[in-house]
Design a protein around this ligand. Sequence first.
Ligand SMILES: [Zn+2]
Length: 233
Amino acid sequence: MSDVLALYRVQQLELEIINHTKRIKAINQQIEDDEALREAETEFEAAKTEHEDAAKRARDMELEIAALMEKRQASESLLYSGEVNNPKELQDLQMELDSLTRRRDVLDDELKRIVTERDGCQQKLQESEANMEEARIARAAENQELLEEKAALTATINEQLTKRKAVVKKIPADIYKTYNSMRAKNSNRPVSVLKDDACAVCGIEQNSVVITAINRSDDIVNCQSCGRILIKL
Ligand SMILES: [Zn+2]
């Protein structure tokens, strides 16, 4: 393997490692970001609060009706007890009884409405709980796949690092140093392929001096335009 070809091989391995590392970062991000599950959990919490509120209102209404019934029972007992003989008092009692009866009818209707609402909330609560469970299961399965992909990528990266190390060993130190110093300013691509007599990265056609130099020897030849190390494959 010529030095330039070895550099090109190192560059290929490095670009692959960079891509795999990016994918691992994206996987980590995806595992952290569980928007669908969080949305399902929020919906469940909201349905739970709504149901609790409706259930409490139903209980309060039942208590209010029970208290009213008790009061009505007391008035009725008094009315028929024979203890009250004054016609005005009797009339007042009867009127109170009628008023309590009307009030009970109103509260009964109100209770029916609240119970219907509560039952609706109950239904909604069960549905949102089922959705949340489903989202959790889906999330776990998805995470499992992502973690497997991440493990495979990590193993591949380690293999590529080993290969890279082996190739680097064959490259003369000064040439490798030059390559390294060129990496940052060339977007990790200091080596460019000569394709149809042009640099594949910048697209500039090379003059005959450059072409001849590449064809003649294994020496480092740079692109006339971008300065990258040229290789003819
Ligand atoms: Zn170039």
